[in-house]
Design a protein around this ligand. Structure first.
Ligand code: NAI
Length: 260
């Protein structure tokens, strides 16, 4: 086509995107995809070697990235990281709250309280802290985007994962509430609920158990690839996705649709 018939932009070129937990799995795949699309990528994670490796790969491929070691449970570190990113890359347009851990514990286990506190801190509290720290930038952007990574555990529950499930349901509630409150600033807020995805988090599950689970529970009968989630994140971040907010979107191979 020589002339386009539509006018909404599908480009994130030069947008500044901050991704938490970007050293591994879905965060890493998301960093690579945004870099491929010309965004300026703030790669943050607990793991310094992982951050450096992702930044190096992006730069070697010709992209723009800045790495910051960030523990999302540390409020002071969040403020410092945002200031550094703003200085290195510019004000933040897109926030991807992705960092996560597995946090299961039977309700009658002596460690339950400890696991509960950690799960809520890493998976939920951190997300609102990141949002508050980026809020001025997101408001100024005019096309501010927040994408929170929840889970199919944010929609239903598996056995012995109460802290994780409660935290991920919290992410769904946080997302809807922020969407309602931030719409006035043209900031969209959405959550993605990945199903079983092959990442650092699921790496330790023996392959035969993974296959069995995927065949039984998903319509597509397989685990997902981290990049398959990253593409949804990118879609939600596009300027053209300006009327999608408060949505809770499964990227789960049909797990939540399947009931047999
Ligand atoms: P992953 O283990 O490959 O990556 C998680 C990253 O988060 C790691 O690089 C880790 O260092 C980082 N991280 C952990 N605690 C942190 C902290 N306090 N501060 C900063 N970074 C921290 O796991 P994956 O699967 O890529 O996880 C990404 C998100 O997806 C998580 O929120 C997870 O709960 C969610 N998820 C994962 C699913 C899966 O099947 N892998 C399914 C549904 C949701």
């Amino acid at each position: 086509m020589t002339n386009r018939l539509t006018h909404r932009s599908r480009s994130v070129a030069n947008k500044v995107v901050l991704i938490t937990g970007a050293a591994s799995g879905m965060g890493r795949a998301t960093a690579f995809l945004f870099a491929d699309e010309g965004a300026r990528v703030a790669v943050t994670d607990l793991n310094p070697d992982g951050v450096q490796a992702v930044v190096d790969e992006i730069r070697t491929a010709g992209g723009t990235a800045h790495g910051t070691v960030l523990d999302v449970t540390d409020p002071t570190a969040i403020e410092q990281a945002i200031a550094e990113i703003r200085h290195e890359l510019g004000p933040i347009d897109i926030l991807v709250n992705n960092a996560g851990i597995t946090a299961g514990s039977p309700i009658d286990d002596p460690s339950f309280d400890q696991v509960w506190d950690l799960a809520l801190n890493v998976l939920l509290t951190s997300q609102q802290r990141l949002v508050r720290a980026c809020l001025d930038d997101l408001k100024a952007s005019g096309e501010g985007r927040i994408i929170n990574i929840a889970s199919t555990e944010g929609i239903s529950a598996q056995r012995n994962a109460t802290p994780y499930t409660a935290a991920k349901h919290g992410v769904v509630g946080l997302t809807r509430s922020l969407a309602v409150n931030l719409g006035v600033f043209k900031i969209t807020v959405n959550a993605i609920c990945p199903g079983p995805i092959l990442t650092g988090m699921t790496d330790e599950i023996p392959p035969d158990l993974r296959d069995q689970f995927a065949r039984r529970r998903t319509a597509l009968r397989r685990y997902g690839d981290p990049e398959e989630v990253a593409h949804m994140t990118l879609n939600l971040a596009l300027p053209a996705s300006s009327y999608i907010t408060g949505a809770i979107i499964p990227v789960d191979g049909g797990l939540t649709a399947k009931n047999d």
